[in-house]
Design a binder for this molecule. Structure first.
Ligand code: ADP
Ligand code: MG
Length: 467
């Protein structure tokens, strides 16, 4: 048998250099580096670590990893076992120990943070534990965003970088970006995942500049960060200094293959007052849109929510809600929560009449029906054509599309008949309106650019939640 002849120190050195390429530097430094290979007894390699905590953590997270790679290198089937040796020095930084329990301190430390297992909990605390992939309902409206987010969570920095999640209010952007962070932390304990809103980021830049703490700011976001997740990035519009800082954070992380994820309620080209070089960087990876969910997805979201919160939701009410609130999941959930709260307060079962009342409340805060003129005006402005063009008979491509979109939106939202619309679009035949409506309706199914244009217009018109 060869086993006794294996030089365990060479074996271990080889393992460490392979591991170095597979796990993050701090996991390697903190967990693998301090392990001491001791001996091989009857085909079992004994590894010494400092204490039980260390042993358990490694067994839980990296046992297979260590065994498989060692066996690859050794060309043998070695088993692993542990021994404890309190004299082994931890690579963990003891000076970080006082960080436990103080979230704020976590990311403000100026020194290089070598991963401390207790900081793991602090990274996790940044997230709403409900926002995971498990609780997210995928459907045609969010397929790409969902798949892109999963790919990034599974292979940070090697699938899409950056990932730009785009969608209207209440459609699950924060949910998805949080799911990415939580999944990475779960799969890669020790990953330094920073989640922040653009608003918070702006405040930190201001504070760093004002109190001469830029060095700390850079340490936090450039050096001590493996994954950055910035929610609502559109809020850095017009913030010159923040954009400058973010640009450098972006470059540093990107160049060293670290993952960047941002969410936005606007597409990069729609965000006003933003540096061109940032705008173009947002387009380097994947831009994935989240559209308002289809009926089936809305039903599934309500079902899941009712199930999680143990709400006994009659089918009738479920379908009523799902078919009434169409384009904001937060409101959909909000309506359900209000209805459930009412029923538990009054001790009565959830009923459709109360559901109708709640809905009337929600809908009455929205504008009444929108006029044909305001839709035409908004569409003309958006596509930069003239009102007259929309009513003309021009066959130029740059005019035909906006005209058809305007017709589509008017039919969908202004409550006017085809003949009436024909008149408002320069005395056209009602069949022209009808065919534009159908054409755009079917193009919307296959053309994501058009979808986001139409959605942007509906948002401008504040139409996203009208029935
Ligand atoms: P946004 O950040 O886009 O404004 P959020 O992520 O805050 O929206 O979502 C609003 C609410 O709707 C959250 O409670 C979220 O969990 C829920 N939600 C949105 N989309 C989905 C979905 N596809 N499946 C389950 N819950 C969803
Ligand atoms: Mg959000």
């Amino acid at each position: 048998m060869l086993k006794q002849q294996i030089d365990i120190h060479t074996l271990w050195a080889n393992f460490l250099s392979v591991a170095r390429t597979k796990v993050s530097a701090h996991v390697w430094q903190t967990w693998f580096k301090p392990i001491q290979p001791r001996e091989i007894v009857d085909g079992t390699l004994i590894l010494a670590v400092r204490d039980q905590f260390f042993r358990d953590w490694l067994s839980d997270h990296y046992l297979d990893f260590i065994r498989d790679h060692l066996n690859d290198i050794a060309g043998e089937n070695l088993a692993l076992d542990w021994s404890l040796d309190p004299t082994i020095k931890a690579a963990m930084v003891d000076s970080n120990e006082d960080m436990a329990g103080e979230t704020e301190v976590l990311l403000e430390n100026t020194q290089e943070v070598v991963f401390n297992p207790r900081t793991q909990a602090l990274y996790s605390k940044q997230f709403n534990p409900r926002y995971t992939f498990d609780t997210f309902i995928a459907g045609p409206s969010n397929q790409l965003a969902f798949a892109g987010s999963k790919a990034v969570a599974e292979n940070p920095a090697s699938s899409y970088n950056p990932l730009f999640l785009f969608g209207g209010v209440g459609l699950g952007k924060t949910h998805l970006i949080s799911a990415i962070g939580q999944q990475i932390l779960q799969d890669r304990p020790g990953a330094r995942v920073i989640y922040t809103s653009a608003e918070q980021f702006v405040n930190e830049v201001i504070a760093a500049v004002r109190f001469s703490k830029l060095e700390e700011f850079h340490a936090k976001y450039r050096r001590n960060c493996d994954v950055i997740l910035i929610d609502d990035i559109q809020l850095i519009a017009g913030k010159v200094r923040t954009q400058h800082e973010f640009f450098h954070v972006f470059n540093t992380l990107y160049d060293s293959q670290r993952q960047i994820v941002v969410t936005s309620d606007k597409l990069p080209h729609e965000i006003p007052d933003i540096e061109e070089r940032l705008r173009s960087r947002f387009q380097w990876g994947l831009i994935a849109d989240i559209q308002p969910p289809e009926l089936e997805t809305r039903v599934a979201i309500l079902q899941k929510k009712a199930e999680n919160d143990k709400i006994d939701l009659p089918d009738e009410v479920l379908h009523f809600l799902a078919s009434s609130i169409r384009s904001n999941v937060r409101e959909l959930e909000g309506a359900l929560v209000r209805i459930a709260a009412h029923s538990s307060l009054t001790g009565s079962a959830i009923d459709i009449n109360y559901a109708r009342n709640v809905l009337t409340d929600i809908l009455s805060t929205r504008p009444a029906q929108i006029s044909i003129e305001s839709i035409q005006k908004t569409v003309a402005g958006y596509y930069q054509v003239k009102m007259g063009d929309l009513k003309s008979a021009s066959r130029q491509k740059v005019i035909v599309r906006p005209r058809q979109v305007a017709m589509y939106l008017c039919r969908k939202h202004a409550g006017a008949s085809y003949p009436e619309l024909g008149i408002k679009f320069g005395n056209k035949d009602h069949t022209t309106i009808l065919s534009a409506f159908k054409k755009i309706g079917s193009l919307l199914k296959e053309d994501p650019t058009l979808r986001s244009e139409v959605f942007a217009l509906e948002r401008k018109l504040d139409l996203t939640n009208l029935v």
